[in-house]
Write a protein that binds this ligand. Sequence first.
Ligand code: EPU
Length: 301
Amino acid sequence: MRINDKAAARLKELGTELRQGVSLAGETSLGIGGATDEIILRRRETIPDVMRLLADENIPNRFLGGGTNVLIADGELPWVVLHLPAAKPGMRVEGNAAYVDAAADLGGMVTFCAKHDLGGMEGLIGVPGSVGGALRMNAGAYGTQIGPHVREVELYRAASGQIETLRGADIRFDYRHTSFAPDDLMLNVKLDLPSKPYKEIIEGIKVCNEKRRLSQPLNQKSAGCIFKNPPGGSAGKMIDELGLKGHRVGDAMVSDRHANFFVNAAHASCSDMLKLIDDVRERVHDAYGMELENEVIVWRN
Ligand code: EPU
């Protein structure tokens, strides 16, 4: 979608950066996605004005974080994309509290905190993406989830049109799901982390990295796990048992390393990937009588 000249001029006045006709394939870990205009929210305090302007001008919009857990439609997209500018490093530590920008890299945060002898997040080390995305999805791996460490979140709330601060205790963090509204935009988080010697944290990090290296297709384009695990079960195990590793639609393929990772083997389109997801979901349903739910977020046009 193209932003009209009048809105573009006003957006510039509000301190945003506009990028026209950006291919989102270049901004997602799957390497899939069509084209649209992109707005970089360079001034936090003007976010409410930016959102009001987009609403007044009837410009549909979506917020893209690290792009590591999203499958985006092909072609010309009917909405513009909002982005926070890169945060480098975008974090600081005070005692047991870590203050982190939503745009910061999740893995970078784990190692930054480790250097300050703050642990508890080792399991998250290889989870790709931004801290904001991890918050929204309550990212987790190897027994660690980000949710329990959250003390405060600053966010833009579409419901009020304002920047607000929520206490961790008032946010529900479930398995890959939170009580944030779909149009809440994470800005920064305060985490409370246990003290732990750097050396011990690094040992934990090494163990997780090794487990991940052995079980996941780290050097291929993917969005991590495609389906949520059903209660008490494993989607990857079920898909594997059906002999579907390597199964493909066009260049969208079930990883031959981990069956709940679907990879873009070369030039997969969103439509290939969606067909593969539906096909696998149906086969699992036929074999196990179980309807797998998407873990990956799908942006259709
Ligand atoms: N398994 C197979 N074949 C496969 C994949 C897995 O038999 O192709 C078996 C494994 O041998 C193991 C069981 O299934 O016995 C579980 O596998 P794994 O330990 O790899 O964990 P998972 O349940 O498939 C979850 C998360 C991952 C996270 C890992 C490690 C979900 C949907 N997935 O995977 O998160 O990295 O545990 O904690 O919750 C993600 O969210 O995108 C993601 C990748």
